[in-house]
Design a protein around this ligand. Sequence first.
Ligand code: SAH
Length: 354
Amino acid sequence: MTTLKQRLVAQIAQDGPLTVAQYMTAALHDPEAGYYARHAALGADGDFVTAPEISQMFGELVGLWCVDAWAGMGAPSPVALVELGPGGGRMMTDMARVMKVAPAFQQAAHITLVETSPVLRQRQAEALSGLPVSWAAHIGDVPPGPALIVGNEFLDCMPIRQAVRTQTGWRERLVGVRGDDLVFGLSGAAADPSLVPPERADAPVGAVLETAPSLPGFVALLAARFRDHPGRALFVDYGGDGRGDTLQALARHAKVDPLAGPGGADLTAHVDFVTLAELARNAGLDVTGPVGQGAWLGALGIDVRAARLAAARPESAATIERQRRRLVDADAMGVLFQAICLSSPGLPPPAGFA
Ligand code: SAH
């Protein structure tokens, strides 16, 4: 059987090198061997652990955040409750449980999971069995109307292109072949000007800039949606500003060579919150944040929630405290991960960002 790597080596040998974005798309979404399409191993026994999988508190607080955001939108009914890239379905499971405190919201919310991977859709169906949910392959397929959209570690798998400053100007980092292996190289010609914003063009030799080519279209789609109907989108992710090489591959909780085994490891890059906020503002959306995940969860009441859970299950108090710290501490996920909210103009401030 040919592996995805062998297929890519053959393709590159014939047609020339791939951009990093093209490589990421193949490695993550190839229908036969892409990481998400086929192998996605999330959770403690898998390749990486995300905030909702660390503790139920994360999804619960996101669920309460949605209840508050919905009230601030004038409590529209129906309202689309959309999760982008739900992975194993853990966050929506915890969100749905706390939504019971607001029966009117629970009634109004039509849950849609935006997921491309058939393997993960199956897993989400199992996690959420009993709940009325539907699936879409793309946010653009979710019917128009008021919406609350949430995504944890969704934007970090948006493919990126990389520009590298060399002695002779900006070049694009490309994936080529040497023998039977995939290797990084640089374009012979100057990098596409869209990869090098003028205000960043003057960076020192060795500097790397990252651009997600699909981000502008994604933001435009949210903006159009939130112009016609009230809406709010919450993203939590590894934060960055588009500077530096942040392409990373994770397998079994360890960083691995991103080119060694395409399809076998998760591939991500830090989200450029500066560009995301700028695109959203230019499209007429209100932008709140980004703020650190620790500060955001703190403002939403994670300490109170942790204390309640610990009181209900004293035998698990130490575990709950460890989980809380992992989510909020500055040397864990509290600062590197950030929350940002994009909203229809004129809505009240979203919770947790004060
Ligand atoms: N949100 C989950 C999983 C994060 S992993 C958690 O926090 O645990 C990324 C998720 O996004 C996976 O479910 C993956 O299949 C999905 N995904 C990645 N790219 C996507 C795309 N372009 N469209 C829809 N879903 C995508």
